[in-house]
Design a protein around this ligand. Structure first.
Ligand code: ATP
Ligand code: LTN
Length: 335
């Protein structure tokens, strides 16, 4: 068979196993990951090294790392099409991070909003890793020469610093890294909390009614939507003055593939109760097969292990090439 010379564009993305995955992770990122698999060479990793920038219980972290991988697969990330692996299994991430940290300024890192947010939330543990988090993230992406990085809106600043670091390195040492672009989906790029719709839906929210977990049961999902914060009038439309309703419309649109305007039209004139029930049912229907597939994968440990072992082997091979190039360029003596 004739070999195709042109390589497909590469995608890299990942999530931290710092909690259970939410509807925000699903609509903001995972749903796009699945769509991109046919057209691109995709690599998706479980970012366990990033997760320890905040304190983790080791046994919980181990369980969650595998759960996150299984959730990728349960949603439709296919190990036959994409490379799936666990970040800490590929040492090149940490190795490149060291070189890049020597090419990143304190000033640019101290502007990161995620660092400011997380230092406020974890005031008793503002560790150096939390500060250099974006350097490790840049390494994840640049190691694989990724062209595109599908993430939610909140990660734009991290992609921007990755681009800056890559461009600077290329300029200083000659062309080495592909400068990546963010890929943000049209809908669901920013799912808000059901209880405080001015904040993003987050797996580390202490109030569980604020988030929907991907593995929540149908009853729980519908109950949480019924409790969702709305407002005092009764009009179903999107607008800055109606963050709760806008969020529910956005979620419904992302799940049903409709636009927010179409969704608003569909529900116009209905009461909030009926509307919230309908959104809950649509989300529950979308997530039910994911939960079923997750349960099946949980019974097949050997298969999951095979997937991440093979994934790490393939990823290591690609990573080694970039790292070799980088070491040579900065002046390390080859082994
Ligand atoms: P935490 O809330 O604990 O900071 P997180 O869920 O924001 O965690 P990750 O697990 O690393 O952080 O995020 C994985 C992906 O999910 C990223 O691409 C992120 O942009 C996306 N994402 C997270 N929350 C949302 C949300 N509410 N809406 C849209 N996308 C989101
Ligand atoms: N910081 C990301 C998780 C992450 C990531 C990456 C995403 C770590 N490394 C590389 C894309 C590409 C977050 O979503 N909080």
């Amino acid at each position: 068979m004739e070999q195709t010379i042109e390589r497909k564009k590469r995608i890299f993305s990942g999530m931290q196993p710092s909690g259970e995955l939410t509807l925000g992770n699903y609509l903001g990122a995972l749903k796009n990951w699945i769509k991109l698999q046919d057209e691109y060479d995709c690599m998706y990793a479980v970012m366990d090294m990033h997760a320890i920038t905040v304190r983790q219980d080791p046994a919980e972290l181990r369980r969650r790392s595998l759960d996150v991988l299984k959730q990728y697969m349960a949603c439709g990330v296919d190990p036959e099409k994409s490379i799936l692996f666990i970040q800490s299994h590929v040492p090149a991430h940490a190795e490149l991070a060291w070189v890049l940290s020597c090419n990143t300024q304190m000033g640019e890192l101290s502007r990161m909003t995620q660092f400011k947010d997380k230092s406020r939330k974890h005031a008793d543990n503002i560790n150096a890793g939390l500060f250099t988090y974006p350097v490790l993230m840049a390494s994840d992406i640049l190691l694989y020469q990724a062209d595109l990085v599908p993430v939610g809106n909140d990660q734009l600043q991290h992609i921007e610093i990755t681009r800056d670091v890559a461009e600077r390195f290329n300029h200083r040492y000659s062309d080495t890294f592909t400068v990546p672009e963010p890929f943000i989906g049209k809908s669901g790029a920013r799912v808000m909390s059901l209880q405080s719709p001015e904040n993003k839906m987050s797996k580390s929210d202490p109030n569980p009614n604020g988030f929907i977990l991907m593995l929540d049961t149908e009853d729980v999902i519908i109950k949480k939507f019924k409790r969702a914060v709305t407002d005092s009038d009764s009009e179903i439309r999107a607008g800055e003055d109606k963050p709760g309703i806008t969020n529910l419309l956005t979620i419904y649109a992302a799940v049903s593939g409709k636009t927010v305007d179409e969704a608003a039209k569909e529900f116009s004139g209905m009461g909030y109760g009926t509307f919230k029930q309908a959104v809950g049912e649509a989300v529950a229907a979308e997530l039910a097969p994911v939960r079923k597939r997750f349960d099946e994968l949980s019974k097949d440990k050997a298969y999951v292990e095979e997937v991440y072992t093979k994934g790490a082997e393939m990823a290591s091979r690609i990573a080694a090439k970039t790292l070799r190039k980088v070491y040579k360029k900065v002046g390390f003596i080859g082994r």
